[in-house]
Design a binder for this molecule. Structure first.
Ligand code: TXA
Ligand code: MG
Length: 335
């Protein structure tokens, strides 16, 4: 059985044993499920890249249980203390200068390292028992939609799936915010996420540079910020407003093979083609709920063989809505 219940202490012991022996296990975090392995063990890190079919120039995030443990893998700038007090454990990843003990494979040869202290109780228990930093990218094949449930990990990897510790659906449903502190005088947001730029700049008390989708996929500043990512196999079209979405869908005339994702449940008098498969991210337009349901809905529509296209309405561009739209833009870029 690939899915192990996180409620059973025997399963936790088994997972710890697997990780200690250099194996890879999928674990729940508060953002998305991660494909975890010992960050200081080249065999485990190699397996992560192999299972995900991830290009070697896309470095991994290293997860540690506490602030003190960060010093094991990175040099800690003084301004990190304030951020840690405010946001850790939680959905914040910071990029710091790395220490030599971390294999180059983890950081794709960069002098910097991505670190995060996750909040999920199961991930924290495992981290403490293994007593090693754990590298963990999202537990999906490279470029595909991230998993927010244990079943998503199994359905994405099929035969090659390692064990998955089931911690139920993840809370945020979208990957952590990434902030680079490599140049502490110029903190830079590399990936929007559950913590907004305002949340971060409020604590740092300084303006932040925001750099997301890289024009050059091999850019050393934002490795992995590929313009096309998080993509379902069914082509996805993103619409900035409802009117243009209506217009575009109606232009086609036939709706049978069409999936439609709205930001919120439409009023009953709003006309959408009944033949189309219509879903919404949130019942009442709550951004947190929308983020937590986004990947599940994309995966649901993507596994419907009758669909030829998915149309999606952009979310309000504020708070975690900025992260939702960032992922949707990249998902649509692949189409
Ligand atoms: O919420 C999350 O962050 C999840 C959970 C499992 O922790 N992890 C996650 O990992 O989203 P992944 O590998 O899917 O995304 C990590 C991103 C990649 O875009 C990678 O290029 C970037 O972090 N990254 C890693 N190390 C970096 C570095 N040294 N400099 C710049 N970007 C880096
Ligand atoms: Mg990922």
């Amino acid at each position: 059985m690939k899915i192990l219940s996180g409620d059973n202490p025997e399963n936790l012991k088994k997972v710890v044993e697997l990780l200690r022996c250099g194996n890879v296990v999928a674990l729940p975090t508060e953002t998305v499920y991660g494909l975890a392995g010992d960050a200081l063990c080249p065999k485990a890190v190699g397996l992560i890249f192999e299972i995900k079919k991830r290009p070697a120039n896309d470095p991994l995030i290293v997860h540690v249980p506490s602030f003190e443990e960060i010093e094991r893998v990175a040099y800690v700038p003084s301004l990190l203390t304030k951020l840690a007090e405010a946001f850790w454990p939680g959905p914040l990843t910071v990029i710091l200068r790395k220490k030599a003990c971390v294999p180059d494979l983890v950081t794709s040869g960069l002098p910097s390292i991505a670190v995060r202290i996750p909040a999920h109780p199961l991930f924290r228990k495992i981290l403490k028992s293994v007593n090693r930093p754990l590298a963990a990218p999202s537990a999906n094949p490279f470029g595909y939609v991230s998993p927010t449930r244990a079943e998503h990990v199994v359905s994405s990897f099929g035969e090659t799936c390692p064990c998955v510790l089931d911690g139920g659906p993840t809370d945020y449903g979208i990957e952590s915010t990434i902030l680079s502190l490599v140049t502490p005088s110029d903190p830079m947001v590399l990936r929007p996420g559950p913590l907004s730029t305002e949340d971060l700049s409020g604590i740092l008390d300084c303006p932040l540079t925001v750099r997301t989708v890289s024009a050059d996929p091999n850019s050393p500043v934002t490795p992995g910020s590929f313009p096309s990512h998080y993509s379902p196999q069914t082509p996805l079209q993103l619409h900035e407003d409802l009117e243009s979405m209506h217009r575009e869908i109606n232009r086609k005339g036939s709706f049978e093979n069409t999936g439609i994702i709205l930001f919120k449940k439409p009023p009953c008098n709003e006309r959408w083609p009944t033949e189309a498969k219509l879903l919404w991210l949130s019942e009442h337009g709550n951004l947190g709920e929308a983020a937590s349901r986004l990947y599940r809905i994309l995966r649901m529509l993507d596994t419907d063989p009758s669909l030829e296209v998915i149309h999606c309405e952009a979310s309000p561009d504020t708070g975690i809505g900025i992260a939702i739209n960032d992922r949707l833009r990249r998902a649509a870029t692949a189409s």
